[in-house]
Write a protein that binds this ligand. Structure first.
Ligand SMILES: Nc1ncnc2c1ncn2[C@@H]1O[C@H](COP(=O)(O)OP(=O)(O)OP(=O)(O)O)[C@@H](O)[C@H]1O
Length: 607
């Protein structure tokens, strides 16, 4: 039989996991009158009289883990090889004493509410094969686990870890994930087997397999996207590789500039520009000729002659905005640029102006749209303006290249808040419902205003929903890509019921919005392990276990299940396979506004 003192201690450990100071939940069978090994306590496995495993998965535990008691007590600590308490609501810190459970081969505490830093004693667990701390609220740096030679699985995703990724023994891992944190610096992995999903959504991480390139600083060392230095010890090859990327990015940017210059030179004086400020002579700076920039503007001329169009189309066209008063091509091109992402439709750079102003510059390639049409599109979007839709501050258009300049929103996009851990920021039910209502309202407005022009968003998805400094949702990249027939057929699922192309684009927006709603409600990515979120949600709902579908954090927060179900219904309507059956964005906005009003009324009555 197990020693009494070990038994008593186990009972107190379970009581603490249960979150009580008294006796633990009797349903586990852990009590003073029975034996852990002989009487089969739930979650306890023994080898003879020694407890070797504690596995309490999805056991509704909401207390703390008393690792001090577990790992400072012999002979318990000496025999314990597995602690698996994943999928509970266990909070507090992971105590430093965990380092004394020297025989642990598996420590799985993922999907809980642990906070604080990981203890520095973790590297003492030399027998560890699997460490899973994912989906918690850990902060601080990742411990250097390189001394644990047998570690095969390390999962630390969906936390709030900061700092650099230690020099792990990467080839040893069967599974490794540090995505959705706030880690920074270059990823120093030379061997393959890793992809973007292992590292994604760490805004300050750079280098392959991520698409964010590291920047080479003047002394040739690598810096992260935020300008931090590469840790010592990186190989020369690494430096060369990353420098190469940076030079390539610079070269491409310069090439665009030179093209603008040439075209600019070819075109002659048409002096006024329609409803825009056209910044000229931008290339004087680049070619080393100092010259005054002459800004020609004629805000009162509404017509826009073809000469003007031709002229404006080849230069940077700056739309009036207090954000970029005085912006010209010179300061745009000479400013340090950092590649933030390379999407399906082009690349996105963050450009830092001298005054400290940050801009987002989208570079689109291979969009078969005439310059006039592009310009018209941008002007229409600019004219209809909605406070929650980012309008371009400036744009440039040639046959091959299109550049769009937007305000840079520091908070980043929706996935960081839904799937990631945005340091110190909660993004609970009220924020999600409010974001849904804001997006729906803004898209409904844009659809109404731009319906005749046939300009839909065209690429509505959560990374295109940014959050401003008041944490309000702002839609970026509106109308930036007119999806072609084939593409819109896929997005709008119009196989059964073909409709004309521009309405496809509007209906595809509604589908895209539906997916955003499902992401907000489930906390899942649109594509998870190759599975389509809409299909998954529909299957789950069909099988009538609706509550399972929702993001655990929303349930824990006590969000109204009735309103979540109603919002889910709206989402499901939007992702209907037949585009014609989907509601219009106006109807969607009305349904969501009604839910939001209901929510606000209920909060008001509660308080
Ligand atoms: N104006 C902005 N301010 C701050 N971050 C932005 C801005 N615009 C885009 N981003 C972020 O930069 C990242 C890269 O943007 P990018 O447009 O390349 O991605 P994407 O939208 O997935 O691509 P695509 O639209 O081509 O499919 C995204 O995470 C996006 O949320």
């Amino acid at each position: 039989a197990v020693d009494d003192h070990v038994k008593n201690l186990l009972i107190s450990v379970l009581a603490k996991l249960n979150g009580t100071t008294g006796l633990p939940d009797p349903s586990f069978g852990w009590n003073h009158t029975t034996d852990p090994c002989l009487d089969g306590w739930e979650g306890v496995t023994c080898d003879g009289d020694s407890v070797t495993k504690i596995e309490l998965i999805r056991a509704d535990l909401s207390g703390v883990l008393d690792a001090g008691a577990l790992c400072n007590t012999q002979p318990l600590a000496a025999f314990l090889t597995i602690i698996n308490i994943q999928y509970n609501n266990i909070g507090g810190q992971l105590p430093t004493e965990i380092g004394n459970c020297k025989n642990l081969s598996l420590l799985v505490i993922g999907n809980n509410k642990f906070s604080g830093s990981l203890p520095g004693t973790l590297p003492m667990l030399k027998n560890l094969k699997r460490l899973d701390v994912s989906n918690n609220m850990f902060i601080g740096e990742l411990p250097d686990l390189s001394q644990i030679s047998g570690l095969r699985v390390f999962l630390a995703d969906h936390n709030r870890f900061t700092g650099k990724i230690p020099n792990f023994d990467f080839p040893n891992f069967d599974r490794f994930n540090v995505s959705f944190n706030n880690l920074s610096g270059p990823i120093l992995i030379t061997n393959g087997g890793y992809n973007e999903s292992n590292f994604m959504d760490n805004p300050l991480l750079c280098g392959p397999p991520l698409r964010t390139l590291c920047m080479a600083s003047e002394n040739g060392s690598l810096s992260t996207p935020s300008g931090q230095k590469k840790p010592e010890g990186a190989s020369k090859e690494d430096v060369l590789m990353y420098s190469g990327y940076a030079i390539l990015a610079f070269f491409v940017f310069t090439l665009v500039a030179v093209k603008v210059y040439k075209r600019r030179k070819e075109e002659e004086k048409g002096e006024t520009v329609n409803k825009i400020l056209s910044v000229d002579d931008s290339m004087n700076y680049l070619s080393g000729v100092s010259g005054e920039h002459e800004v020609r503007a004629n805000m009162s001329d509404p017509s826009g002659t073809s000469a003007e169009s031709a002229r404006a189309s080849s230069s940077l066209i700056v739309l009036t905005s207090p954000v970029v008063n005085g912006l010209n091509f010179d300061n745009l091109l000479s400013a340090p640029a950092e590649l933030l992402g390379r999407g399906k439709h082009g690349s996105l750079y963050m450009v830092m102006l001298e005054e400290g102003e940050k801009l987002a510059v989208k570079r689109i390639k291979d969009w078969a749209i005439s310059r006039d049409e592009f310009k018209q599109r941008m002007q229409r979007i600019y004219e209809v303006k909605h406070p929650n839709v980012l309008t371009p501050l400036a744009f440039y258009c040639s046959n091959q290249e299109k550049l769009l300049v937007y305000e840079f929103l520091q908070n980043g996009s929706l996935p960081r808040f839904i799937h990631g851990s945005q340091l110190g920021r909660e993004f609970g039910w009220a924020s999600r419902l409010s974001a849904a209502a804001t997006i729906a309202e803004a898209i409904a407005y844009m659809h109404r205003e731009l319906h005749k022009d046939g300009i839909a968003h065209g690429n509505l998805k959560s990374p295109n929903i940014l959050l401003n400094d008041k944490m309000e949702a702002c839609i970026s990249e509106y109308g930036l890509k007119a999806i072609d027939n084939q593409e819109s057929s896929i997005a709008a699922n119009v196989i059964q019921r073909p409709v004309i192309s521009s309405s496809n684009a509007f209906q595809a927006d509604i589908y895209g919005f539906g997916q955003i709603l499902l992401e907000l409600l489930t906390g899942k990515l649109t594509q998870t392990n190759g599975m389509d979120l809409a299909t998954w949600v529909q299957a789950v709902v069909r099988e009538e276990w609706t509550a399972e579908v929702f993001d655990k954090s929303l349930i824990l927060e006590g969000a109204s299940e009735e309103r979540m179900v109603n919002l889910l219904r709206v989402g499901i309507k939007c992702v209907n396979q037949s585009p014609g059956e989907r509601p219009t964005m106006r109807q969607v906005a009305q349904m969501i506004n009604a839910l939001k009003d209901e929510e606000e009324r209920s909060v008001a009555t509660e308080s």
